[in-house]
Design a protein around this ligand. Structure first.
Ligand code: ZN
Length: 1023
């Protein structure tokens, strides 16, 4: 729940009076009233009438009948002489008397402003009560009054008799009213930062939720009245020793290895002196370095883990960035991490530990849970610049509905020192006192600061019992989560946050250090491709070492581009070596599959049949002649086809369409594109749907150059005002526009432009029978502290942009209406961003950028930044990237498939005459036999356990519920299981006729293990 304290406090007061108190008297009957100066002169009297001259005495006779049905219940007369309840005395009073026949009476009980009830026997039958009432005047407000003397008081009647009734009293409801009144009062006396106040507020609200069920309400409220309430809600700061070590940052990996050694040695040493001391450390890679370099220290760590003092946390290879790696990379971070922890320490981690990562995509909960971690720790969102996150502990619900129990340590740091100030802050800053008593306090100097110190542990001992609101306990993250989970099992109501945890700062990390980012993007895709072709040939891929090298570089200061130059140079050379190795292996695998024949290898998950462009270096005899077009840059265009995830013979085909090019336009069957004299796009018409894409009077796909001066953290931050200062590069200065290719298969117009120290070549390209405009961008980028974007304004009206992220798409606002919307002025998208009306949309695809702005009716792709800190030369130099503008009909399946083809283009390889049988690693199609465009295949690989089983990981990527069939051409699926990410089966799948057919829910990830029988060509595939 969000902070609704003021409203709930008002609710309690109103509902106590208007909903709870009426329950105290479930039945009532009015008494008839007679009144007079003495018992012998009584006259009928109506409730609501005035009575009582100043200082006089009035007698009331009250008569009624107790119904037979009231027998055995608690019955009272309620007599209100017209009291002012806000003054307990100083006004009229009454006396219930037992009146004898001779007129004498015995006092029974007074009737007062705050005591209007008089208990009577619940004996069915008539009942008579006599009340002697004194109409004493009131003297309020220091106002001079004539009522103080009989001589001047006069005879005006002072009071209006309000009611006289018999009521049944429900003692439980009465008790409940007392419970609520007392606890509400106690609550209001406590500080708003006191955990007990939040807990009482929540308890009272939940009590009122049960009304009118009094019994249920009392059961809810009872613990708050119990003797141990204070102890039960006392906050517990679970202090876990920690040393956040950045795998590289303001130092290279070389030094990180030594930082780990020093820090881990210190952590071990302190454990003997402080037996209560617990230390948590993440990142399998860090342990692996210790294991390799210092086995004796590693042995001590193993021993401390067994002893329970050392807690391996996080379950990942490194604390990776979460925005930029592919979905499959995130999977492997967990697979390699969890395997390492299990093999070395005999245990897997149950929590993801990435306190310092710059934003958390909506697909993550499912990935974490499928990797065996349904708990998640981070605190980075406390750095949000615009909006304060409303929860400390909550269910985080992802795209597919998976939930992980998420905790933000309220001390707002992962380098705490256990000072009294931090302890106090962590109590007042915790946002879930209403239902939870536990929070984490990670303490210890990070990044070579040496981790926890004696001083911290000594302070923890002394702070343990000093504050009545909270205690410090040195313990593990597991202990804290276990206690929270117990509370949830007992029915605690946990707030839910659905969708991404967008980080409202460090948005520049989506763009900084492009060569690092693109090296990763290429390598992670090549790794998956190498696995794919290895699986197609049914042989182990043997890629663990290469995977680990790439995973290490995905660390949360390397991939985001926030490290010093050395770290990025290291990353680029790792990626270059890995890429070279993988390209060679892939080349060999494809050549083997094709038997040296000319072939098309399609690693994308949808079949290809389109015009592609083959680089000059690959062109030989097979790729020439009929059905081809020589392009000006020496490359060749031709139409090829190939099955999804397969390798087929290269057979150039005729194209039933042509690109027609004039000085200012290009047209094919799908699109008509026009540009002005300066090479700016003025019109893109979707001919099939008769829609102009570019808003009237605007220019499409123009470069925008903006000064980029973050307030702090240069490589990290992009400010909301940066784009407001952008200049549009659409003028005549330094422009050269040239038609370079004029069809029939490919039309290209090349726009070269220089601006200050930088220059660009933007090539607009239309291919025959292709429904997208390709945009090739080459940059010589030599500005300092500028942001260069490409803006694509679109005539599409929508509130949200759909952005491609790992394992799905996420909606971002196209407008800054609320503070939460406004904060999303730069968002991450992997391969496309789409603006759509229900039946028509336009996507901007890319093969190598992440940062986008989707405000103001445009999609802007951040092409390059040029930060000065911490790497003063970051990103200066040559860059290339391909974008595409693609209009489409309803749904995103076609867009996803096109984006996948742009990101992973087919390989066209020349060779001998092509006459080999097509090789397909696995086939994933709609159950109706149609292609399943919205289903993405993440990995096809042999199982890691060496069984020979085939692993196929796929997910539904655009939000549909689909039935798909999976099979392996060339052999039959005999058995199939659904698995977790570690390829462990948790449920069998039905196999029919060698094919698995299954339903995939929106955004669901499915990892299938397929056991295959001998193939039709005689190859044996089972282990
Ligand atoms: Zn960090």
């Amino acid at each position: 729940m969000h902070n609704d304290r003021d409203l709930v406090e008002k609710r309690i007061q109103r509902e106590l009076w208007q909903r709870v108190l009426p329950l105290v008297h479930p039945e009532r009957c009015q008494l008839t009233i007679d009144a007079g100066p003495d018992v012998d002169h009584l006259e009928p009297f109506e409730a609501g009438s005035s009575w009582g001259a100043p200082w006089a005495t009035t007698w009331f006779r009250l008569r009624g009948e107790i119904p037979a049905s009231w027998s055995g219940q608690r019955v009272e007369a309620v007599i209100d002489l017209g009291f002012n309840p806000n003054a307990a005395g100083f006004q009229c009073e009454g006396l219930v008397v037992d009146l004898a026949d001779d007129g004498t009476f015995t006092p029974l009980q007074g009737i007062h402003p705050r005591r209007t009830n008089f208990g009577v026997a619940a004996t069915p039958g008539p009942l008579t009560l006599h009340v002697e009432a004194a109409s004493n005047p009131m003297f309020p407000g220091f106002v001079p009054s004539s009522l103080g003397s009989l001589d001047t008081a006069g005879d005006r009647l002072l009071y209006r008799f309000r009611t006289a009734a018999l009521v049944v009293v429900d003692p439980e409801a009465e008790a409940l009213a007392y419970d609520i009144e007392v606890l509400d009062g106690v609550m209001r006396t406590l500080s708003v930062h006191d955990p007990r106040r939040a807990r009482l507020l929540r308890t009272l609200a939940e009590t009122l939720d049960r009304i009118p069920d009094v019994g249920a309400a009392r059961r809810v409220i009872a613990p708050a009245l119990a003797e141990d309430f204070g102890d039960a809600v006392r906050h517990r700061s679970v202090a876990i020793g920690h040393a956040h070590i950045d795998t590289a940052w303001l130092w290279p990996i070389r030094e990180t290895k030594r930082k780990c050694t020093r820090t881990f040695a210190s952590a071990v040493a302190l454990m003997d002196d402080y037996p209560e001391y617990k230390f948590g450390a993440s990142s399998a890679q860090h342990y692996a370095w210790i294991e390799e370099r210092h086995p004796e220290l590693f042995a001590k760590i193993v021993e401390r883990v067994e002893r329970g003092q050392w807690e391996p946390v996080g379950g990942m290879w490194v604390e990776a960035d979460m925005n930029l790696p592919s979905g499959e990379s995130l999977v492997r971070q967990i697979v390699f991490g969890q395997r390492y922890f299990e093999e070395r320490f005999g245990r897997r981690c149950t929590e993801v530990w990435i306190p310092d990562v710059f934003g958390y995509p909506a697909g993550l909960p499912q990935v974490f849970a499928a990797g065996g971690m349904d708990r998640f720790v981070t605190q980075k969102l406390s750095w949000n610049k615009q909006n304060r996150f409303p929860h400390s502990t909550f269910w985080w619900e992802g795209l597919d509905g998976s939930r992980v129990l998420t905790h933000f340590p309220p001390v707002d740091t992962y380098n705490a020192e256990i000072t009294p100030q931090e302890f106090g802050f962590s109590i007042t800053n915790f946002r879930d006192h209403g239902w939870s008593t536990d929070s984490l306090l990670p303490f210890g100097h990070g990044d070579g600061g040496g981790g926890p110190t004696r001083e911290m542990l000594e302070r923890a001992r002394r702070l343990a019992h000093i504050d009545s609101r909270a205690t410090i306990e040195v313990d593990t993250a597991d202990a804290m989560f276990t206690r929270i989970e117990r509370g949830i099992e007992r029915g605690a109501s946990v707030p839910v946050w659905r969708g991404e945890l967008y980080f409202e700062t460090h948005r520049g990390t989506l763009t900084s250090q492009l060569k690092t980012k693109l090296g990763n993007r290429r390598c992670e895709r090549l790794l998956v491709e190498a696995e794919l072709w290895s699986a197609a040939l049914n042989r182990p891929a043997d890629l663990d070492a290469l995977w680990k090298q790439v995973l290490t570089q995905q660390f949360h200061d390397i991939l985001p581009g926030s490290s010093i130059a050395w770290a990025h140079q290291d990353a680029e050379s790792v990626f270059a070596e890995v890429e070279a190795e993988l390209q060679q292996r892939i080349g060999e695998l494809i050549a083997e599959a094709a038997g040296g024949g000319a072939c098309v290898a399609n690693r994308a998950d949808t079949a290809v049949d389109e015009v592609v462009i083959v680089a000059a270096s690959s062109v030989a005899s097979t790729i020439s002649g009929d059905h081809t077009q020589q392009l000006a840059d020496g490359s060749t265009a031709l139409r090829v086809d190939a099955p999804a995830l397969g390798i087929g013979p290269l057979v150039p085909r005729a194209v039933d369409d042509r690109v027609v090019v004039t000085d200012s336009s290009m047209t094919n069957r799908h699109l008509a594109v026009r540009w002005d004299a300066f090479g700016n796009l003025t019109s893109i018409i979707d001919l099939q749907r008769a829609r102009e894409l570019i808003p009237t009077g605007q220019l499409g796909a123009v470069l925008e150059l903006a000064p980029d001066h973050p307030v702090e953290y240069d490589a990290w931050d992009l400010e909301s005002w940066t784009r407001a200062g952008a200049a549009t590069l659409d003028g005549s200065d330094g422009v050269e526009v040239r038609i370079v290719d004029a069809g029939p298969l490919v039309g290209r117009v090349r726009v070269a432009r220089s601006f200050g120290p930088s220059s660009s070549v933007v090539t607009y390209q239309l291919r025959a029978d292709c429904a997208q405009l390709d945009i090739g961008i080459e940059l010589e980028w030599h500005h300092d502290e500028h942001l260069l974007s490409m803006a694509v304004p679109l005539d599409v009206r929508t509130d949200v942009a759909m952005c491609d992220v790992q394992f799905g798409v996420v909606a971002r606002p196209t407008h800054p209406s609320s503070p939460w919307d406004a904060a999303k002025f730069e968002v991450c998208a992997h391969r496309f961003v789409d603006l759509a009306e229900p039946d028509f949309g336009v996507a901007v695809l890319n093969n190598g950028r992440f940062g986008h702005n989707v405000f103001d009716g445009a999609i802007r792709v951040s092409l390059a930044r040029a930060a000065m800190y911490p790497d003063p030369n970051a990103d200066r130099g040559h860059h290339e990237v391909d974008l595409a503008i693609r209009p489409h009909g309803a749904g995103l399946g076609e867009v996803r498939a096109a984006a996948s083809r742009l990101d992973q283009p087919v390989r066209v390889i020349d060779g001998t005459e092509a006459s080999f049988p097509t090789v397909v690693a696995a086939r994933v199609i709609g159950a109706d036999g149609e292609s399943a465009d919205g289903v993405e295949v993440d990995a096809v690989k042999l199982a890691d356990d060496g069984s020979g089983d085939l692993i196929v990981r796929l997910h539904e990527a655009v939000g549909n519920r689909v039935r798909v069939s999976v099979d392996t051409p060339g052999c039959r699926v005999a058995e199939a299981w659904r698995c977790n990410l570690l390829e462990e089966p948790h449920g069998g799948e039905e196999v029919g006729d060698g094919v698995v057919t299954l339903t995939v829910r929106p955004f669901q990830i499915v990892t299938l293990r397929l056991r295959r029988t001998a193939s039709s060509d005689g190859r044996t595939l089972t282990a």
